[in-house]
Design a protein around this ligand. Structure first.
Ligand SMILES: [Zn+2]
Ligand SMILES: [Zn+2]
Length: 334
């Protein structure tokens, strides 16, 4: 009998689906690309044709200009050659999808990036039973256990209330994390205007256009220093310590990232208020997901493969690691 999944071939630049002649999340321009979500380590410009959810395509339009686009909504299936290709929610950022590939009785699910916690800005992860589950392992170590998101947001609001004459400046990745922090603040009852760095504007507007309400947002540019006292301001992580932030009233520097669990990282970035808010599953979410999906094999992409492979071995699930290049810790990139 042929080896399971022998029609799927991992290369450093992406996962090649032979009978569809298409690549999943290729890091180099390809004729046919299936894209899980809009983060730069998964979505690149310059492909011949792109299959993705309408939201991911809209995000790619903002970042790379118009694509030769084939929108596939959640729950829809298209045929590429002999392969049925479906997109189901991954719970990572707006439009993020797991790609479900069916070919001659075998099913492979490429999860892209995912998390299992509720996120007010995107549809929740859907468990799809399959033969091969291709998973990320960004936080694939047992030390990574993300705290409750609401509690992290409450810590932010507590600081805001108790620091007279200051503002709270939150570094957050421009796609996904920024909008999630804003939406989580609204859920915790913060309805004041939230200010943003210019780099956030297009994606925040796009989220609103696509039906994710973010409340009243104002650009920092043009605001007087006094007006910014007692406010939450969202900026890309790179702007936290640069000249731009000097115009702000004595900011409490915060950062929202799963990496804030590592104290060293917070210190390196001069982060006064580390907020452990991640768009990737923690150890418990990764292992729980593998248990629920119950695949015959787990293939592991970017992150800490070793610990998750060991866990798979203990739980008698066959696993292998894929050496994809260019998959960064996308909570840090700009
Ligand atoms: Zn991502
Ligand atoms: Zn990623």
């Amino acid at each position: 009998m042929a080896r399971l999944g022998n029609w799927i071939e991992p290369f450093p630049e992406g996962i090649y689906v032979k009978p569809a002649d298409a690549w999943v999340d290729p890091s180099q321009p390809k004729e046919r690309a299936l894209v899980t979500h809009g983060h730069a380590d998964h979505a690149r410009g310059g492909h011949g044709a792109v299959w993705a959810t309408p939201e991911t395509l809209a995000i790619m339009d903002v970042r790379y200009g118009q694509q030769c686009a084939n929108p596939v909504a959640y729950g829809e299936t298209v045929r590429l050659g002999e392969v049925a290709v479906g997109f189901v929610p991954a719970g990572h950022v707006l439009g993020s999808a797991q790609i479900v590939l069916d070919y001659r009785g075998e099913r492979v699910v490429v999860s892209g990036d995912y998390k299992r916690r509720p996120d007010p800005t995107c549809a929740p992860f859907v468990v799809v039973p399959c033969d091969i589950f291709i998973t990320e392992a960004t936080f694939g170590l047992p030390v990574f256990r993300h705290p409750d998101t609401g509690a992290e947001i409450d810590r932010l609001l507590h600081r805001l209330r108790h620091e007279e004459g200051r503002c709270v400046l939150v570094g957050a990745y421009a796609l996904g994390k920024a909008q999630r922090v804003i939406a989580e603040l609204r859920l915790r009852g913060h309805h004041e205007p939230i200010y943003y760095h210019g780099a956030m504007e297009r994606l925040c507007n796009l989220y609103e256009t696509l039906g994710v309400p973010l409340g009243e947002l104002r650009p920092v540019a043009g605001a007087k220093k006094d007006e910014l006292v007692g406010r939450v301001i969202i900026c890309p992580p790179s702007a936290l310590n640069d000249r731009w932030s000097r115009r702000l009233p004595d900011p409490v520097t915060a950062m929202a990232s799963g990496w804030m669990r590592v104290r060293q990282r917070a210190r390196q970035k001069n982060v006064e208020l580390p907020l452990v808010i991640s768009d990737h599953g923690d150890w418990d979410e990764l292992t729980r997901t593998i248990m629920e999906v119950a695949p015959k094999e787990v293939w592991i992409t970017h992150g800490r493969e070793d610990a998750l492979m060991h866990w798979c071995m203990l739980h008698q699930v066959k696993s292998r690691e894929l050496h994809l290049v260019g998959r960064e810790d996308d909570e840090e990139e700009e």
